[in-house]
Structure formats: C-alpha cells, structure tokens
Design a protein around this ligand. Structure first.
Ligand code: ZN
Length: 372
C-alpha cells in the first residue's frame, strides 16, 4: 500500500529539508534556500516564518549583495532558545549526560562514574536525565539516549550485553516519565550521524566503532540499514578465523578478539616493542573483514571511530591497503578508510542529530517546550 502524502507531511518534509541545509552553522537567505531546494518563494517564506516562531531558526540581518536586488536577510539555526538532553551509555565505567543546543553543541555536561564496571541501572539513567533536564531549564524539546546494543526503531533496547539489558522499553519509559519526545539509538548509529552531519561524512558510508567491542553502522542515501532483527552492523562476533582465540561468546576467532580496543591494548601491553606490528595486523584483519560488505554495497567511504592510541595511521593505513587490495576490480573506485575525527563527543553529538531529525518536522515545538 502506498501512503497518500498530505499537506502536513509536505510541510514537515520542508521543515526538515530547510533545517538540514542550515545545519549546523550555515547562513543562507530565503532566496538561497529556494535555489538549493527548488521550493517556491511563498513556501520558503511561509515555512521559515513558522520555524522562526518555533525557535528553530533566527534572522541575522542582511547578507551580501549579489549585484542586483536588495540584500536578503540571512537565516541560521537558533542555538540560543531550545535545548536537548542527551545521554551516552556507550563508554565503559562512565555515563555522560549533556544539555545541547540545536547545533548539536554541548552546553552543559555531567559524568557519573559507574560503580559496577559498565552495568547501568535504569534508575541511574532516569536520574541522570532528570538532572540534565533541571540544568537545561526552559526550552527543552527532546531527549536522546545512545545505547551500546541492538535497538528497535521504536526505541526498545532489544539487547545490550554491555549494560546487561534485555527487552527494555527505554523510549516509552522516558516519554512516560518526562513527557518529551525521545530517541533511543544504537551508539554506532549515533556516531555515524555525527560523522555525516557534523564531520566530513557521505550519504553512503560504513562506520566501524572500535571500543570495548566492535560495532558498525551503514548509511545508504542517508538512511540507516536496520536489518530484519534491527541488528545490522553487529559484526563483532562474526568469526574471521575458526582457529583463532577463544571469544567470550563461546566461539573462536571472532572479529572482536582481533580488533577491539581492549584486546589490542592487552596485546600491546604484553609486547610493547611490537606495537606497530600489532596495530598493522589488526588493521589488515579489519580490512579483510570489510572488503566484502564494502564491495557488496559499493561504498567508497569507511570511517573508523575509536580511541586515538588504537585508531591511528598504522591501523587505518593497513586497513585501507587490505580492503583495496582485496576488493579491487574494474567497477569499484578506491575505498577511503579514515578516522572519524569528532573525538569523545561524537556519540553524544550524533544522538542530538538523531533527536533533531525526529522533532524538527513537528509544529509548535516552542509551545510544547514552554508547557513542559
Ligand atoms: Zn565472539
């Protein structure tokens, strides 16, 4: 069945389109926006007016003259009025909460050290979100949580072995508690959103996250590949060598036993003089594992996110060389393997992007914020 689009769908789409063009810090006139989107002047004026009233955009005064006509007023995303609260549960031993603006920048941040390694109680999450909401004050329009695990599109955490969670209706629980729109996403998806919309990412990209384990995320035409079980990208426990080391999952030679930050640091600690070899070997293993999905999807862009002591030139160089030598053919051009450069905050900032993608189409945001 095809859903018939109605005028309010079109309006929501136009709001998303205009927000995305200006995100995070472009300044464009209404005429520029029309030129880039093909929207009519009347529609652009109408929709931007509504977005200004909602606190999403603001006017900046006159832009440059292009030789004829009067200079147009520039529009930009308004980072002063509305706020988001995001929480990152993906880092071991610490839970991070942030108040963020509409450019996905961190305004306030708090960290809570976890007593029990990386196990997180739901009450701890609710309490941290509550604390950040109080810090945010007025103008709060959405909440985002990045989770290391398998998350359904409806924000249910199907499984997170790191957090020790199974079947947790996290989005519903947070929406019930705080009466605000909530997005819950896989942490690698959040990092990929940051890379795409705040970094140098492409609409088609594969991101590999090397942290406690290995996670991946695939963006095709700016949409995530979710998979039948919402588990696309869960490549850490795919066996790459059946004769390899024993893995915590019970199998042998999973990708994670070769390439996770924990496994590599352990190996380097035992043989510090072999550091470069260990990292190059890990890069080659990763490149070998990624040659097939990169060719299958004809991707040119692989971003690797992880700590700088592991994800550096040595690992990335070896990964790029291997993925290209294994997949080279007449049809596929060079695959670029690069570091995701957004640092420790990539997950939080990407989670904010996810919330923004969810809410900017909705009308009356600031009114909802004022009443919350
Ligand atoms: Zn395994």
């Amino acid at each position: 069945m095809y859903a018939k689009s109605n005028p309010s769908d079109a309006r929501a789409n136009n709001r998303r389109l205009l927000f995305r063009l200006l995100f995070p810090d472009r300044q464009l006139s209404r005429a520029d926006l029309c030129k880039e989107t093909g929207l009519s002047r009347a529609t652009a004026t109408d929709v931007t007016g509504e977005m200004i009233d909602d606190g999403l955009l603001r006017e900046l005064g006159s832009g440059r003259r292009d030789g004829r006509g009067k200079p147009g007023t520039l529009l930009a995303i308004d980072a002063d009025v509305l706020r988001l609260v995001c929480v990152d549960l993906s880092r071991p031993y610490v839970m991070t909460g942030a108040v963020m603006d509409l450019r996905a920048r961190i305004v306030e941040r708090r960290e809570r050290v976890l007593d029990d390694g990386d196990r997180v109680d739901l009450d701890d999450v609710l309490s941290l979100v509550g604390q950040m909401i109080r810090l945010a004050g007025s103008g709060l329009v959405g909440i985002g949580v990045a989770v290391p695990g398998v998350v359904s599109g409806a924000g249910r955490v199907i499984s997170s072995s790191n957090l020790g969670w199974d079947d947790v209706e996290l989005r519903d629980m947070l929406e019930g508690e705080f009466s605000l729109p909530v997005r819950v996403d896989n942490d690698a998806n959040a990092a990929l959103l940051a890379d795409r919309f705040l970094g140098h990412g492409n609409p088609n990209c594969l991101l590999v996250q090397i942290t406690r384990g290995i996670g991946a995320s695939v963006l095709l035409n700016d949409e995530f590949v979710e998979g039948d079980d919402h588990a696309a990208g869960e490549i850490g426990h795919v066996v790459i060598d059946p004769a390899g080391p024993a893995c915590t999952c019970g199998k042998r030679g999973c990708l994670e036993t070769y390439v996770s930050a924990i496994a590599l640091r352990d190996r380097i600690r035992r043989n510090p003089e072999r550091r470069a070899d260990i990292l190059a070997e890990a890069g080659a293993r990763l490149g070998s594992a990624l040659a097939m999905p990169a060719s299958l999807l004809n991707l040119h862009d692989i971003a690797v996110y992880g700590p700088p002591d592991i994800v550096g030139e040595t690992l990335l160089g070896a990964c790029g060389e291997t993925v290209n030598s294994l997949s080279r053919n007449d049809y596929q051009s060079n695959i670029r393997v690069r570091r995701c450069e957004l640092g420790d905050d990539a997950t939080l900032r990407g989670q904010a992007v996810s919330v923004l993608r969810e809410i900017v189409g909705r009308r009356g945001l600031s009114a909802a914020a004022a009443s919350s």
